[in-house]
Design a protein around this ligand. Structure first.
Ligand SMILES: *Cc1c(COP(=O)(O)O)cnc(C)c1O
Length: 457
């Protein structure tokens, strides 16, 4: 195919946008292990989950047989405000790298929240509204999820209570103000507003918080307040389901030009953007219809896949959430101050964990200074200022393209560009000032938190 046949941006018409989400689990022979009740060690029932999550979302969470789940028209209309997202051919980057590889990226930063998280936020808020609830509670680390959920709740007229990891609350006042502008109440976590928050503060005075703490607080508030449920921006099966819109659009766009990717790359925090991007491709792989190399990229400071253990663990620090079987560093693992806040979770999606365990995908970890080198290069060449999380995928896409340059192979690489980095300028400042460091946990540190995994026989 000659270079000019594929445009710089492949757009879809509204008609070509997906009308159903794709549930990857339906095509998995080895299903992801069920969420488990931490008290009884039995799989969580719909009734138990219904106390925390919205009913329709519980149904989606537990459904591992229905391949396609219709996207309600109201959600499809909301998607039309900022989707389809462009699939971009990175001609300029290819030229700069002098690589024979063909590089594409699916850009999810084209909305005010600045990331893919809005795809699931609107779905979760929609089902809460449909159930007649007053509002939802959640946690946010770097702030992208809280922002996305605030936007969705504002649109639907739902109350939104966000527990924001204290260090981010203080370091990212502008994110906080975006959320408040969309009507959310934002509380720094840990806080005195919950029992679990008080307990954590008593045990660790002066702590700047963690995602795991904030989850515990948000869950407690949802369970104690009638008319409220908890929503989560990553990790869960339902979130991967909603994010499949990314992969379905990407696949339709590629199919229009008869393009078949060789390598698909995405950053992995809790696994939602990667799970969504790869969904239809992985489906083909699982059904034996096609083969792709799929690579998850994680920070060397929080290497759940590459150095974690595949076991049941808590998703939160307060140990009140269900147990999930996943690649984990242990729920007591506190990653060092990496600037990719969205990738600092100790665990990983149960679906991606099972697929990785079964050899359907690869994982690699990268250090943040090399991530920011890639981010800076990408910003200068392709024009977009990428989020630090997304830049993990950029790093590995560039590395794979450079390998093609050595071997002369014309591989087609697709990566997920999950968001923009306008609220991450403190991180860019550190990088520009040469003050960024790479902290890699020692084997002993990881072993210490893994030793505290709950004992399940
Ligand atoms: C939250 C976030 C991620 C990581 O979350 P996943 O669930 O692993 O996708 C990656 N990129 C951006 C921009 C994010 O906001």
């Amino acid at each position: 195919m000659s270079k000019n046949e594929v445009p710089y941006k492949i757009y879809l018409t509204e008609d070509e946008m997906p009308k159903a989400w794709y549930n990857l689990r339906a095509d998995m022979k080895n299903k992801p292990a069920p969420l488990m009740n931490p008290g009884t060690h039995k799989p969580m029932t719909a009734e138990e989950l219904g106390g925390v999550f919205c009913d329709e979302l519980v149904k989606q969470e537990l459904d591992d047989t229905t391949p396609f789940i219709e996207i309600p028209e109201e959600i499809r209309n909301f998607y039309k405000m900022y989707r389809p997202s462009p699939l971009v051919r990175a001609y300029c980057l290819e030229e700069k790298l002098q690589t024979p590889a063909k590089i594409y990226y699916k850009f999810e930063g084209n909305n005010t929240s600045g990331s893919h998280k809005l795809n699931s936020a609107i779905a979760q808020a929609y089902y809460a509204k449909k159930q007649g609830l007053k509002g939802v509670t959640t946690e946010t680390g770097a702030g992208q999820w809280g922002t996305a959920l605030s936007m969705a709740c504002a649109y639907l007229g739902l109350d939104c209570k966000v527990y924001m990891v204290k260090v981010s609350y203080e370091q990212k006042p502008f994110r906080r103000e975006v959320m408040r502008t969309y009507g959310a109440s934002v509380v720094p976590s840990p806080s005195e507003t919950t029992e679990v928050g008080k307990k954590i503060l008593a045990e660790h005075p002066g702590t700047t918080g963690s995602l795991g703490c904030a989850i515990s607080e948000a869950v407690e508030v949802a369970v104690k307040n009638p008319g409220y449920r908890y929503v989560l921006g990553s990790v869960l099966n339902q979130v991967l389901l909603h994010q499949s819109v990314i992969g379905l659009e990407a696949k339709t766009a590629l199919d229009k030009y008869g393009i078949k990717p060789d390598i698909i790359i995405g950053c992995a925090g809790g696994g939602s953007n990667l799970g969504g991007l790869i969904a239809p491709f992985m489906g083909e792989k699982l059904r034996g219809e096609a083969d792709y190399r799929i690579i998850a990229v994680e920070p060397a400071s929080c290497p759940s896949f590459t150095r974690g253990t595949f076991a049941y663990d808590f998703c939160d620090t307060g140990m009140i959430c269900p147990l999930a079987k996943m690649y984990t560093l242990g729920s007591s693992f506190i990653p060092s101050a990496n600037h990719a806040g969205g990738l600092r979770f100790h665990g990983m999606s149960t679906t991606l964990s099972q697929l990785y365990h079964d050899g359907f995908m690869e994982a690699t970890s990268v250090e943040q200074t090399s991530v920011f080198e890639a981010a800076e290069m990408f910003a200068r060449i392709e024009g977009i200022l990428p989020a630090p999380e997304s830049s993990h995928a950029i790093r590995v896409a560039i590395d794979e393209a450079l390998k093609c340059k050595e071997t002369g192979e014309e591989k087609t690489i697709v990566f997920g560009l999950t968001g923009t980095g306008y609220f991450d300028l403190v991180a860019y400042q550190k990088y520009n000032d040469g003050e960024m460091s790479d902290y890699i946990p020692t084997d002993e540190e990881i072993a210490a938190s893994v030793a505290k995994l709950p004992k399940i026989d």
